[in-house]
Design a protein. Structure first.
Length: 163
């Protein structure tokens, strides 16, 4: 078998222990990633991500691999629980974000009334501006699937038909 790739530096110690244990189980089975795909509910590409520390595996994937290797699933699921609570390391304190506009550069304080909203001042009456999934207020006025602006916006029978 080919040697394993080094794990990402940002993995926490519990995550490293889990991935290392999963790699040992996979090696013990002697199975390829394609064979794991056939014997479990997870794809080859998913196993590649889990075994290279790119993504936290689901608890069920850990249990399935443990069963294939004849390992105690409880121990592996306990490792998974520790890793799930702390998958990535916290960034070092020196990696702070740059000061945002509107802050006092000397002490990083935010003005007493809070930072200014990105899209302008709040309504004077205190009303909350409603936005859609795009984060924009109101409709864009663009045509939908029908090709005509304003059509295709409703749901149910007759929705999107000209009136």
């Amino acid at each position: 078998m080919a040697p394993w790739r080094s794990l990402p530096e940002e993995l926490s110690p519990p995550a490293r222990r889990l991935v290392t244990a999963l790699r040992e189980l996979k090696d013990r089975t002697g199975m390829s990633l394609a064979a794991l795909e056939r014997r479990t509910r997870y794809s080859r590409s998913s196993w590649e991500r889990y075994l290279n520390g790119k993504k936290l595996p689901p608890r069920e994937a850990v249990a399935e691999l443990a069963a294939l290797a004849g390992e105690d699933g409880e121990r592996m699921c306990a490792l998974h629980g520790l890793a799930a609570g702390d998958w990535l390391r916290a960034p070092p304190p020196s990696a702070s974000l740059p000061t945002a506009p509107g802050r006092d550069e000397a002490d990083g304080a935010v003005p007493a009334d809070g930072p200014a909203p990105a899209d302008g001042p709040a309504p004077a009456d205190g009303a909350v501006r409603q936005t859609g999934r795009s984060g924009r207020a109101g409709r864009s006025g663009r045509a939908g699937r029908s090709g005509r602006a304003g059509e295709g916006l409703g749901r149910g029978p007759g929705a999107g038909r000209p009136t």
